[in-house]
Design a binder for this molecule. Structure first.
Ligand SMILES: [Zn+2]
Length: 306
């Protein structure tokens, strides 16, 4: 029985975002039952329901652990313990790695990452807090296209995606999505459990033939739902970049994800990583209806694979 759960489903900044008074953020503050607040993107999975792996580590991780009992320590195993067996990093983005710093407290951690992502994090002095005692942090190298088994009956295959390192770690003049797909800066993840296949691709700069072929073999795909439209960000905040220029295919339009993946009939399609500007966050919106009518679901915090 595969276990896969979304602990957080918002893009960086969360929903509502602390400095945003847009209509959607306002709605989630005033009518949270209608338009649910979302923590920043975080996924978890387990082969046996006992030991869990995190996919990345969001800045909201402490709250996400406290909201999900399966991730909490148990007195059965003594005073200090955790069912979290490891963390698989698919990026060096702050929104997906800051949570590692919340997991210090001298707890031994196993972190799976590409050498590139590891080198970026190790270059930052904050991460020395995870190396205060011997064996506190164990790194395991992963590579695009090379399957690995983090434990139990689960096999993970990192899917190469184009993308460069995040702003803090790259040459400020380098383009956001200029990196080659095999450099290891940005990965999707294919999970295989007992014959079931799940693709996790919350940051998707393009849909390649290779990726389409992988999606076609999956039972469930979790796809970048950051933006509804390419120009959405600039409507709330002038002077901001387009969705595509920062590595996210929008949901709508003839070259948006809904259209690009319309021919996939096998997998259940779930959008994740919603930005606070995405009008589909309001379940009364025309955009939300279009998503549902196209056969998609929007993942919510606590969403589980059934
Ligand atoms: Zn907002």
């Amino acid at each position: 029985m595969p276990h896969f759960k979304l602990l957080g489903t918002a893009a960086g900044g969360g929903f509502p975002q602390w400095n945003c008074a847009c209509q959607l953020c306002d709605l989630s503050r005033t009518q949270p039952r209608l338009c649910a607040p979302r923590t920043q993107l975080q996924a978890s999975f387990s082969g046996d329901g006992e030991g869990w792996f995190l996919i990345n580590a969001s800045p909201d991780l402490r709250f996400q652990i406290e909201a999900n009992p399966e991730l909490q320590p148990s007195a059965r195993f003594g005073k200090r313990n955790t069912p979290i067996l490891g963390i698989i990093l698919t990026t060096a983005d702050l929104d997906q790695t800051l949570g590692l710093l919340l997991l210090r407290e001298f707890q031994p951690l196993v972190v799976y990452a590409t050498p590139l992502v590891r080198s970026v994090l190790e270059a930052n002095s904050f991460f020395r807090m995870l190396r205060r005692v011997p064996n506190q942090l164990t790194w395991i190298d992963i590579a695009p296209g090379v399957p690995f088994s983090p434990g139990g009956s689960v096999t993970c295959t990192p899917l190469p995606l184009p993308g460069s390192l995040p702003f803090y770690a790259r040459d400020p003049d380098a383009p956001e999505i200029g990196g080659a797909a095999h450099n290891g800066a940005s990965l999707g993840l294919l999970l295989e459990f007992d014959g079931r296949r799940i693709a996790y691709t919350p940051a998707l700069p393009e849909v390649t033939e290779e990726l389409l072929a992988v999606y076609d073999t999956c039972d469930t795909i979790l796809v970048d739902g950051t933006f509804w439209s390419d120009a959405e960000l600039s409507r709330t905040h002038s002077g901001t970049p387009s969705a595509r220029s920062i590595g996210h295919i929008p949901m709508s339009g003839e070259d948006g994800t809904i259209a690009l993946l319309a021919d996939l009939s096998k997998p259940k399609k779930i959008f994740v990583h919603l930005n606070n500007t995405n009008p589909a966050l309001d379940p009364r919106s025309a955009e939300y209806k279009q998503i549902i009518e196209a056969g998609w679901e929007i993942g919510h915090d606590g969403w589980k694979l059934d």
